[in-house]
Design a protein around this ligand. Structure first.
Ligand code: 0RA
Length: 640
């Protein structure tokens, strides 16, 4: 073992170092090339990048705990209990391992680890990119009994790697960085967003403990799953009735590729797109070869089992029939992943398809033979699916022939806007006829269209296409949007670029909103990806004192205004429903682009609504209350 020693000052300004700085200035010139964008997505990406380094250490078995903290000054700290970045001097670069890792793009060679690293995708660009894009960054390393620390500003060394003292117990690495306001459009880290990613990482790396703390609001969560992706599937299926009690778990290694998957069918779900593929801890939302390999393996194995065991006698199975109601996590770890596609979230390595397919083939076959009861349940479900699909196909054909979803006949209830330009047009989907009436009177008809929904829309998760198309409200929405549907769905033909869901701030409102989210998530996901879907944010209260009036949108704002006004003689009117506002009030508070708040609905919002659906609609009051509180007045994405 060689001695770790602190950087020799004599070697500070060698030519290699200048090259390094040029490298990082390239990152500052074109940050999007390295982190995708400089909006909130890119900002959060910085945290993922730093955490990835600790995850690598965990995948090699040296790190058991990662702590992420949003500090009160807005900086972020990521701490792990791994081996610590090497502090010894690299013979070629004449600088410490820490400095190489922090200043060299894709630190390679001696200080590179050989784990299943992410590369090519947006992650894995290296922590030096985070350093380059931070106003300042401080790294602390605990290694060999000593604590070292070094500070950088905008990627440049500010202090040498200095010995700071000694420690007992675990070693590790701690990185604190402040994103640079010269680079990013926003510096505001969103706790919920980071938290979801940390949870995901904890599921994907079983046994690893990940905590996240927000010092700005003193909230904190810790994730730790001994069951890994088995628990992930159970988490996604929470509150729903499974077809068989335990998820099926498969794990194997082939040609240096780790394949791991957990899957469980639900008894009463018809959805076929609950398969979540991951490659090297990245959620590959665009799919790729691991997903196609999984599907192929699943279909062939189940079909073969059906044939061999006389389940397929008078059934004409399609691939979808074996996937109805299936929740699955497919997790692969491979040495040199290639990420492709628009968002670099599609796994491209062609060899992975065959590997995953044969792992699934071998292991699933064995599972079915060893668990004939579960196999039978799966077969029965597939047979039902095949029969129902034949019926649904007929119904859909009929609907399509009649053309009732075409935008030529707009639904009668739609009060359309006069401007035909989708870019400026807005569709308000409004709960109830009375609020719909107020919205129609209050709106600016030039660019705002109103579609009132009467009663509840159908739960699309529990219905097949034919049932769904029987539902008037669903049909009205599809034809108002003008996008067509299913195979004919064309998101680019949306007649509105803002689709705004406007519901009451109560339980029914939350229910309708959740149903709508689920509908868009399941059938019109691209509209969410395009950022077209919004929630209106009606005020909670109107405060009045004398002639002074103010609408407030949450409890905090209410407290602030009351404090500012002093509390005497203030009248507080609580809005329970949209229907309580007259058209002018509705316009002023919720629809007028100059004053309103709109929250853009993200895929994560929709996914969460989809996941929580059964929990929300079930008997338990507590989770429902918590969800409504968290989601009703959440003006994260303010659009004025
Ligand atoms: C290079 C080599 C070794 C560890 C690391 C890097 C390392 C980097 C980071 C970044 C965050 N946490 C980290 N933990 C470790 C291996 C050193 C050895 O052989 O002891």
């Amino acid at each position: 073992m060689e001695e770790d020693s602190v950087l020799d000052k004599a070697n500070l300004y060698d030519s290699d170092k200048i090259k390094v700085l040029e490298g990082l200035s390239a990152v500052r010139k074109r940050p999007s090339m390295y982190i995708g964008s400089t909006d909130e997505k890119g900002l959060h990406h910085l945290v993922y990048e730093v955490v990835d380094n600790s995850i690598d250490e965990a995948m090699e078995g040296y790190c058991h705990k990662i702590d992420v903290t949003i500090n009160s000054d807005g900086s972020v700290t990521v701490r792990d209990d791994g081996r610590g970045i090497p502090v010894s001097i690299h013979p070629k670069y004449q600088r410490s391992g820490v400095e190489i890792v922090m200043t060299k793009l894709h630190a390679g060679g001696k200080f590179d680890r050989k784990s299943y690293k992410v590369s090519g995708g947006l992650h894995g660009v290296g922590v030096s990119v985070v350093n380059a894009l931070s106003e300042w960054l401080v790294v602390k390393v605990r290694r060999g009994g000593k604590i070292y620390s070094q500070r950088y500003e905008r990627g440049a060394v500010k202090t040498e790697l200095e010995e700071e003292g000694e420690y007992e117990g675990n070693g590790g690495t701690e990185t604190t960085f402040m994103p640079d306001s010269e680079i990013f459009e926003t510096l505001d880290f969103e706790y919920r967003r980071l938290k979801e990613r940390m949870r995901e990482l904890a599921f994907l790396n079983k046994g690893l403990r990940i905590s996240i703390t927000d010092k700005r609001s003193e909230v904190s969560d810790e994730f730790h799953y001994e069951g890994g992706i088995i628990e992930y599937v159970e988490y996604i299926n929470e509150g729903k009735e499974p077809l068989h009690p335990d998820p099926i778990y498969i794990k194997d290694r082939m040609d240096g590729v780790h394949v791991e998957l957990a899957m469980q069918f639900l008894a009463h779900s018809y959805s076929t797109n609950n398969v979540y593929p991951f490659a090297n801890n990245i959620h590959t939302v665009e799919g790729g070869t691991h997903l196609t390999g999984f599907r192929a393996g699943l279909t062939t194995t189940l079909k073969k089992y059906a044939d061999d065991n006389d389940y397929a006698k008078d059934v004409d199975f399609s691939a979808d029939d074996f996937r109805e109601g299936l929740t699955a996590i497919v997790n692969v770890k491979l040495p040199e992943p290639q990420f492709e596609g628009q968002t670099k979230m599609k796994l491209g390595n062609s060899e992975i398809r065959g590997i995953v397919q044969s792992v699934v083939g071998n292991k699933l076959r064995t599972f079915l033979e060893e668990h004939p009861k579960t196999a039978e349940l799966i077969m029965e479900k597939a047979i039902m699916a095949a029969k129902a699909r034949a019926a649904a196909r007929k119904a859909k054909e009929l609907t399509r022939r009649k053309g009732i979803l075409g935008s030529i006949d707009l639904p009668g209830k739609l009060a359309d806007c006069s401007n035909p330009d989708p870019k400026v047009s807005e569709l308000y989907i409004v709960e109830g006829d009375s609020a719909g009436g107020s919205a129609k009177q209050g709106r600016d008809r030039a660019f705002q269209a109103i579609l009132p929904l009467r009663g509840k829309i159908i739960n699309v998760e529990k219905a097949r296409v034919d049932k769904m198309l029987d539902n008037k409200e669903i049909r009205a929405m599809i034809s108002a949007l003008g996008t067509g549907f299913d195979e004919d769905f064309k998101p680019e033909e949306s007649r509105y670029h803002k689709i705004i869901i406007m519901t009451d701030a109560d339980v029914d409102g939350a229910h309708i909103r959740t149903l709508l989210f689920t509908f868009f998530y399941r059938y019109m996901k691209e509209l969410i990806d395009l950022g077209y879907l919004y929630m209106a944010q009606p005020p909670l209260y109107k405060l009045k004192r004398g002639r002074k009036e103010q609408y407030v949108y949450n409890e905090r704002e209410r407290r602030e205004v009351l404090e500012e006004w002093g509390n005497r003689g203030v009248s507080i009117q609580r809005y329970k429903g949209l229907g309580e506002m007259n058209p002018t009030e509705l316009w002023e508070t919720t629809m007028n682009p100059e004053h309103r708040l709109l929250a853009r609905v993200t895929i994560e919002d929709a996914e969460e609504a989809d996941r929580l659906f059964d929990i929300l609609m079930g008997k338990d009051v507590e989770p429902r209350r918590a969800f409504i509180e968290e989601n009703t007045h959440r003006a994260t994405d303010i659009d004025i």
